[in-house]
Design a protein around this ligand. Structure first.
Ligand SMILES: [Zn+2]
Length: 452
């Protein structure tokens, strides 16, 4: 009756739900939706919800969210109201900001009862990272980890005298870097009985070998080169991929303007406030942040304008004035237009007004035309701008490279390795870098239990 069960998200990237069970108690990790474009889901959303909550005798002590990406939190509205929810403190703030926009669209579409803010308001922040809390005999220790979402977590879980490391989505090449990763694993984790690890990159080895940009610091270097040789730079990056957002901000050369919209500015504000103490070189206010206000109406600056850089009298958020910005040259963070019918996007029209824009494409290449998971919004944004000399792919993965997964195995010396979050779990056992660990890999299909 005591087990690890991955309901969904073994042979697919995302839609993750994992259960750690002790008797008739359990905790759940993540409650994700299937990523758009993923056909052949291991289970459809409705079916999954039914599977997870069909046994009324089992008590769910809590749901822990590793991070705010939709493939990990997307079904949070389907969790019964009486179950406690947890996520990182900064992650919750960012989720609230995202929900404001999402709920606006839902209300406009007559879906008031599907709004997200009420559920997010129920989520409590984690206790002190690196310390345990007991949930009916399942001890849980959250650890902050590096991912393309800010304030992401992995967990050490103790159950029946066994130590489990559940990685969630992670990487070692972001702003915190390899040394922070190794220090955390050796000091707070060490020898592990069971390693439940993500394996996104095991099916993308060839693809990542083609990408010369491996780390966030290389991304920043490349962005500096591009911004110095073009004057109309448009950066397509996920607004909540804060390490990359900050790398682009810091790459803007002296005298050039950094431009974004109010939504992006508010996310940057949350991120800088949460992180500037830990990463003072990367998470800081540097140049002004020029905010594009719809119809040049200052109302959109209402909460941003008054803000001062801590310890100074400087207001970093200013309303964008295009006549000035055009003179100086700019790097503008943009987004594809997701809901043109409800909220027409401004970035595509700004792009159309430019003389010779250069697009820095900083998302997974799979979303582009002909890619593994073609995204119509991305394809339409990039239409007419795909030519060599007009765009460049400048992106680092949000997920650990296979060498870092191997390094994690070395540091934790697990007796059993359970892979998940892969495009194809069969690829996991073919990785040369996992050499001596191959015999310890235990492939479990979605819904199968690993007894403890
Ligand atoms: Zn994920």
């Amino acid at each position: 009756m005591d087990w690890i069960k991955i309901y969904r998200g073994v042979n697919q990237i995302g839609g993750v739900v994992t259960e750690i069970r002790k008797g008739n108690h359990r905790i759940l990790i993540d409650f994700g939706a299937v990523l758009p474009g993923a056909d052949n889901a291991e289970a459809a959303d409705d079916e999954l919800v039914k599977q997870v909550f069909s046994d009324r005798d089992v008590k769910t002590d809590a749901v822990f969210f590793t991070h705010y990406h939709g493939d990990h939190v997307g079904l949070k509205n389907r969790i019964p109201d009486d179950i406690p929810l947890f996520a990182g403190r900064t992650a919750i703030e960012i989720m609230k900001l995202i929900a404001t926009g999402v709920d606006f669209v839902k209300i406009k579409n007559g879906k008031e009862n599907e709004t997200e803010l009420p559920v997010i308001n129920r989520i409590k922040p984690y206790w002190r990272p690196g310390t345990y809390k007991d949930f009916s005999g399942i001890k849980v220790m959250p650890l902050v980890c590096d991912h393309s979402a800010l304030d992401a977590y992995m967990f050490v879980i103790e159950l029946n005298g066994k130590r489990i490391l559940y990685t969630g989505d992670f990487r070692a090449h972001g702003i915190p870097g390899h040394s922070t990763f190794e220090k955390m694993i050796t000091q707070s984790v060490g020898k592990t009985d069971i390693l439940v690890t993500e394996g996104t990159m095991v099916s993308r080895i060839a693809e990542s070998a083609h990408n010369s940009i491996r780390t966030e610091s290389q991304l920043r270097q490349k962005a500096m080169e591009i911004f110095s040789s073009h004057s109309e730079n448009v950066v397509l990056v996920s607004s909540t991929n804060l390490d990359s957002v900050m790398s682009f901000y810091n790459a803007v050369p002296e005298g050039m303007a950094f431009v974004c919209d109010p939504y992006q500015a508010r996310i940057m504000k949350i991120a800088i406030e949460a992180r500037h103490k830990h990463f003072p070189k990367d998470y800081r206010y540097r140049e002004n942040i020029n905010v594009i206000c719809p119809d040049d109406n200052e109302y959109c600056m209402r909460d941003l304008k008054a803000f001062k850089v801590p310890g100074t009298d400087r207001h970093p958020f200013v309303m964008a004035r295009w006549e000035l910005i055009n003179k100086k040259g700019f790097a503008m963070l943009a987004r594809p237009d997701r809901n043109p019918a409800v909220r027409p996007g401004k970035f595509k029209s700004l792009l159309n007004e430019m003389n010779d824009p250069f697009i820095v494409y900083s998302m997974w290449g799979g979303y582009l035309k002909g890619g593994k998971a073609e995204d119509p919004a991305v394809v339409s944004f990039m239409d007419g701008h795909m030519g060599a000399g007009h765009m460049e792919l400048v992106h680092t993965s949000g997920h650990a490279y296979v060498e870092d997964l191997a390094r994690l195995m070395d540091m934790t010396d697990p007796d059993t390795i359970i892979p998940m979050h892969t495009e194809n779990v069969e690829d996991f056992i073919k990785v040369d870098a996992f050499g001596k660990y191959i015999s310890r890999i235990e492939k479990k299909n979605a819904g199968e239990v690993y007894e403890i």
